[in-house]
Design a protein around this ligand. Structure first.
Ligand SMILES: [Zn+2]
Length: 335
């Protein structure tokens, strides 16, 4: 890793709270709660078990999420995981961080959806005070479920929530199944970023033109919707043109994309080409625990693969903070 990467201020828009726990915290919370389902109580062994294997993609490793979510079913655990996320990001040189999670999956025990949101929002507030990092929380509905409208209602009810997302499997689970949720978010000025990486170009069209999201979660496959002939950029569909012309931020998560099988290596990832073409790319971790990646490592990966320098990263970080959903007054301090 180049020496400046760790120190340079970084910003992340796409980081799942339940995908970013410390492995030590996962083990400690399980012990405290009498949660017996972890495959190992040893940090090294458990970490090795969680990380994607060559024959098993990240997306299929759902059991790992069952465990992280399994121990995040009470206020103290949710608060602790949130505070630790901000501490880890701060120690890694991150100055702006948006965390996201699906509140309804944390109601398996006694918590109401509002209790869940309050616990995380309190963690964000205290983490901001303690570490001086600017942060906010996005609530995710799941594409495969039919309760996304109630997640939007939580976004409306909790002023401190900064946005709404739809996560989960994409193929066969269109965001258009969640029209009412997206409409309600729009009507209530809830900023939307929606995952779309697989059903291209339909996915991007549905997310941006039909659902009116402000940002795209991932979006790396948009490279297949552009053509370069004689140094001229052209677009195969309206959605890709709109994304380019309107500088719609793409929340690119290079390591996660590779682990899901979207690309075979960072040098072959579309990030470099999209950046050089002028797409509004941002660099994100997605799941720090599951992918065993930090923001510095993710920045370092693209710096090395695409020969980027400090000015490139400063520009990407500025664009990232400008694309943020946290109140502009707080973001302005960083711009
Ligand atoms: Zn994600």
């Amino acid at each position: 890793m180049k020496s400046w990467v760790k120190e340079i201020p970084k910003a992340v828009l796409h980081d799942h709270l339940d995908g970013g726990l410390r492995v030590s915290t996962l083990i400690e919370l399980a012990k405290q709660q009498g949660y017996e389902d972890l495959p190992s109580k040893d940090e090294v062994e458990l970490k090795a078990w969680i990380q994607p294997k060559p024959n098993q993609t990240l997306a299929l490793n759902l059991e790992a999420w069952a465990h992280t979510i399994g121990v995040m079913q009470d206020k103290d655990s949710l608060y602790r995981v949130t505070m630790e996320a901000l501490e880890d990001l701060y120690n890694d040189g991150v100055v702006y961080a948006e965390l996201r999670f699906a509140p309804l999956v944390h109601c398996q025990k006694d918590l109401s959806p509002s209790d869940v949101v309050n616990a995380v929002v309190n963690g964000v507030k205290d983490g901001m005070d303690k570490y001086g990092i600017v942060s906010g929380v996005i609530l995710c509905g799941m594409r495969q479920e039919n309760n996304s409208e109630s997640v939007v209602e939580l976004c409306i009810k909790h002023d401190d929530v900064i946005g709404f997302d739809l996560a989960g499997p994409e193929i066969g689970f269109s965001v258009l199944n969640h029209k009412n949720a997206c409409k309600k978010a729009l009507e209530n000025d809830i900023a939307m970023t929606l995952h779309a990486d697989w059903e291209v170009p339909e996915g991007i069209n549905e997310v941006i033109l039909q659902s009116k999201a402000k940002r795209i979660g991932h979006g790396s496959q948009i490279i297949n919707d552009v053509e370069i002939k004689n140094n001229n950029l052209s677009f195969k569909n309206k959605a890709a043109k709109y994304v380019f012309q309107n500088k719609i931020p793409l929340e690119i998560c290079p390591t996660s994309n590779i682990q899901c099988g979207a690309f075979d290596s960072i040098p072959n990832h579309s990030f470099g080409e999209l950046y050089k073409l002028g797409f509004n790319v941002t660099i994100n971790t997605d799941n720090r625990l599951m992918s065993d990646v930090s923001m510095s490592e993710e920045v370092s990966n693209v710096v090395d693969a695409f020969d980027l320098n400090q000015e490139d990263i400063k520009l990407i970080t500025k664009n990232t903070i400008e694309a943020g959903f946290v109140d502009l007054k707080l973001r302005k301090k960083l711009l």
